[in-house]
Every structure is written in C-alpha cells, then in structure tokens.
Design a protein around this ligand. Structure first.
Ligand SMILES: [Fe+2]
Length: 316
C-alpha cells in the first residue's frame, strides 16, 4: 500500500503493524501545510516514520520539529547540546555514557539490561508528561549494526484477548527511573546519580491516546517498577506477560541507519530498543535528538497520571 499525495510525497509502510518510509520530501526545504498533514497522519497511523538521505543541519531539524509541536529544552541534559541549539541532544560517543559513572559503556549497559526486555523504553517515560514524539537524526553511523527497533503498543493492546484487555484497563503502574539496574559491589556512581535524580510517576497501565483515541498498552521494560494494588509476585508475572506481548516480533519494526536518516516516532504509542551490538565496534555513532512536549497521560476511566517525585507537567 502506498499513499501518494500532493507534491510527490509518498508514505510506504514497511511492516504490518508499524513503520513507514516517507519519500519525495526534502526536510531541509521546509514543508508546506499539505506535507505536514501527510507526515502527521503517517506518524499517528504507523507510529514511526523514516526518511533517508536528508541533509538537515541543527537549525533545520529544530525548524522541522516545530511544525509538529514544541521542542523540549532539558534543564539537566543526559548528553551535550550543540552551541546555540538547546533543543537538540547529541550523543557523540556511546562510551561517554558509562565513562561518566566510572565504568565502561558495555558494563553500564549490561547492568541496565540484565534481561533483554529491560532495554525497551519510551523516552523519559518516568516523567508525569513523557514527550509526545521524538525526532532522531543520524549524522555518523557504524558501517553495519546499530539498528533501532520500535514496537506498536496500540497493536499490542488490540492483540490481547478481550478479558485481559478489560483487566488491564483498570490497572495503574508505578514507573521509576533506574528500575532493574544491577548495582556494582561497593560504591556505584550511577546509583548515586539515580538517587540524586529520582523521577517516579503512577501511570495508567492502558492510556488513551490523546490524538487517535486508541488504547495503548503503556508498559516498558526500563521504567515500570510494579503494577499497583496487586502482590509483587502477581505484578512480576503480569508485567512479563504484557511486555512479551508488547515486543512480539509482529508488532515491531527494525531500522538500519545511514548518514542523513531521520526517524520520527510517536513516543506515546511506542517503545523502542536502542542498539547494543555496536558499542565494541570502535566506530563513531553521532545522533541528534529533538523531543516534542507531551501531555499527562489519562487512563480508560479518564484518570490522569500522578507524579510521585521529580517531575511536574511542562517543567523540564
Ligand atoms: Fe530512547
């Protein structure tokens, strides 16, 4: 299926439930209203869209992002911003991340992802108002490896049996930064960092998407601490079941980056898995990220998420 619209812009799905490649548009040129409408509809329908061979610079990426929302400016950045562009986070060298906490990046990643499902996340999901969308641009990428994978949480929800959907509809879960991190023996600088930067929120387990009205299975492996009002054992098994559902291969799409590639995803309806196969290859990987501000999620009953610590709506 291909959707052809004015100006030669084309939307071509790449997997059954998620992911579409958009061609026939030069993002650096600036988009007209019709092109913005096509891209917006494709993001909502396919959850993540890909552009290849783009020649965006920092200025151009921020200008493109502003057509779709308000870029977030982080008060405390995980990565550096290019001078004059506080809306952009640049991840220049994956080794820097672990290095900051006194360990190699590989070790840090291993401690964060000791089971495979742990790596799956939405961006800043422990906040009370996670970003609505993320726009990630590749500048330098390894010659092979380094792919990113996304999963469609609306499709995952729809794929559950009716009784389990109804059961999940009524639940809420605590999301917390640092869940599942396995600390080093003795002093661990990353644990100290986590304690200094606590962020936790109670989110509905099923959120209603503010634009599409779809129900979204709002789980991930990285932030979800436990499901509320059930026992620890019940919570663990339920989460395992729901995470397995969310990451079933049919609900995912995998993207291989090239210099000039841009991915634009709905951070409210997806989770993604950053690559962990390229950390040791010794090739640089420079990516530039802009996130768009998002709403406080609401459950099927309309009840909004509640901040426990470390975040307030619209305050970064
Ligand atoms: Fe991410």
């Amino acid at each position: 299926m291909t959707t052809k619209q004015g100006g030669g812009i084309e939307v071509r799905p790449v997997a059954g439930y998620i992911g579409a490649e958009i061609t026939g548009v030069d993002l650096a040129d600036g988009l007209d209203e019709a092109q913005v409408a096509v891209v917006r509809a494709a993001v909502l329908r396919w959850k993540v869209v890909f552009f290849r061979g783009q020649r965006l610079d920092h200025e151009g990426q921020v200008r493109f992002a502003r057509r779709f929302g308000e870029p977030v400016v982080l008060r405390r950045r995980g990565s550096a911003s290019p001078a004059g562009h506080p809306e952009i986070e640049t991840t220049a060298d994956r080794l820097e991340l672990g290095g900051r906490y006194g360990m190699e990046h590989d070790e840090w990643l291993r401690r964060r992802r000791h089971i495979p499902l742990r790596g799956w996340h939405c961006d800043h999901g422990a906040r009370v108002d996670p970003p609505a969308a993320t726009i990630l641009r590749a500048e330098t990428v390894p010659p092979y490896g380094g792919d990113t994978t996304w999963a469609n949480l609306a499709a995952a929800y729809a794929g559950l049996s009716a009784p389990v959907r109804a059961f999940a509809d009524g639940l809420r879960a605590e999301h917390r930064l640092g869940v599942g991190y396995q600390s080093r023996p003795g002093d661990d600088a990353y644990v100290r960092h986590l304690l200094d930067h606590q962020i936790a929120t109670v989110h509905p387990l099923v959120r209603v998407h503010p634009e599409t009205g779809e129900r979204v299975l709002f789980v991930n492996g990285y932030y979800v601490e436990h499901i509320e009002d059930v026992s620890r054992a019940e919570s663990r098994l339920l989460l395992e079941l729901l995470l397995e559902q969310a990451t079933r291969p049919e609900y995912t799409v995998r993207f291989h980056w090239e210099p000039g590639s841009v991915a634009f995803w709905d951070n409210r309806a997806t989770i993604h898995l950053a690559p962990s196969d390229n950390a040791h290859l010794g090739h640089p990987r420079t990516m530039h990220r802009v996130m768009l501000a998002g709403d406080v999620p609401a459950g099927v009953d309309g009840r909004p998420s509640e901040a426990l610590v470390g975040s307030a709506p619209g305050r970064w």
